[in-house]
Structure formats: C-alpha cells, structure tokens
Design a protein around this ligand. Structure first.
Ligand code: MG
Ligand code: ZN
Length: 223
C-alpha cells in the first residue's frame, strides 16, 4: 500500500487555511502571502508600501523567518503591527504556523495583512495559508532566468514585483527577457518594476493593492 504523504499534508494544511481565511473574512482583511528568495527586499517592500499607502489602508504583518526577529523590529519601529514567527528549520510557512500567530494580532484594526514568507523560491508556493493573493518579488540582482528555473512560484503569483530596479544598470539583468520568461510560465501575472528603497514604481503597486482590496471586500458583501 502506498500512502501519499504530501497529499495528506496538503489536505490537513488546507483545512487550517480555510479556518484562517474565515477569521480574515470576519475581520475584513485582504491577505497577501509575500514570497521571494532571501534578500530580495520583502521587508523593505512592506516598509515602502506602508509609507506609500500613507494611512489610506492600515497594514499589519506576520513575519516569517527561520531565526531572529530583526525584520519584525524594523516594522515595529514604523508603528506597523507585527508578529514574528520563527520556523526553526522549516523553509516555508504553512497554515498551521500562521494560525498560531493570529491570536496575537488585532486583525480588526488592519485592512491589509502581509504574511512575509520565509525567503525561498521553492516550497512557499506549495502551501496555501488562507491568503487572497500570492505576491512575489524577483530582484534584478538575482537574474532574469529565474522564472524558468522556479516556474511554480511565478505560476501561483498574481503579481511579480521586479525589485531593485534602481540597480539594474550595475547588473546584466535584462528586463524584457525577465518579463517574457515570467509570461511564458505565467501568462496572467502582473509584472511591476519597482524600487523598494526609492519608491519608484510604487504608484502602480499601491493602485493594485487598493483596487484588489476594494474588489475583494465588495465581492464578500455580495456573497
Ligand atoms: Mg525580511
Ligand atoms: Zn519548505
């Protein structure tokens, strides 16, 4: 007899993800599962998003890291409600880990909850955690071939922010090549070149956030 271990793990995960989602719906949260390789700028992106939203929408963060609370401390200094999850040795967040963080954050006071996943381009894409959308970051220092090497993450993401665009002239990253590689594995992905350090391109990203939030909340009311 063969037992499909991964199937069973994902089934159990999805049940908890549904419970997380119920809580998000009850509290009016639009939830983003933010994924990327280590060092692509996830935390900096959240900082700049907070700044660019300029209190139009309130954000909160569940910060996933293998070790340390450095990222959470950065966000806490900006007055962003944040809970740090240390996964120990796990290279991704699953729905159960996220569920343990939720009682410690005032969801009712938040519009958009960012769940910053562990830096890793592989397994974070395999787990749903109750989110409305997966969003990923590809930075220009990583190379334009990444969509072809890690297709699942691009395929699962609604938005791919192409970050560190301010550094592009110091790299051999070809923006058009990156875009066409991303579209080849994920035809409907929204590609947004940005710089999380300077705020360049954030008007497009913030518009997407605002309209996605409004659309989702409206559709929940209609159901
Ligand atoms: Mg981080
Ligand atoms: Zn993993």
């Amino acid at each position: 007899m063969k037992i499909k271990v991964l199937d069973n793990i994902l089934k159990a995960n999805n049940k908890i993800a549904d419970a997380n989602r119920e809580l998000f719906i009850k509290n009016g949260n639009f939830v983003i599962n933010l994924m990327s390789a280590p060092g692509s700028g996830k935390t900096t992106l959240i900082e700049q998003t907070h700044k660019s939203l300029d209190s139009a929408l309130k954000i909160g963060v569940v910060e996933g890291d293998i070790e340390t609370s450095r990222d959470a401390e950065r966000l806490d200094r900006l007055g962003i409600p944040v809970i740090q999850l240390n996964t120990g040795h796990e290279c991704h967040l699953d729905a159960n880990m996220v569920s343990t963080a939720l009682p410690h954050i005032d969801l009712a006071a938040i519009d958009i909850l960012f769940i910053e996943n562990v830096g890793n381009l592989v397994c974070p894409a395999e787990f749903i955690i109750g989110e409305d959308a997966k969003v990923m970051i590809l930075s220009v220092t990583e190379g334009d071939e990444k969509p072809l090497k890690y297709p699942l993450m691009f395929h699962e993401s609604k938005v791919c922010l192409i970050n560190k665009i301010d550094l592009i002239e110091h790299t051999n990253f070809n923006l058009e090549e990156a875009k066409s590689n991303a579209k080849s594995v994920s035809p409907h992905i929204n590609l947004m070149p940005v710089s999380a350090t300077t705020g360049k391109g954030f008007d497009v990203w913030v518009d997407w956030l605002k309209s996605s939030f409004e659309k989702e909340i409206k559709s929940r009311k209609e159901n």
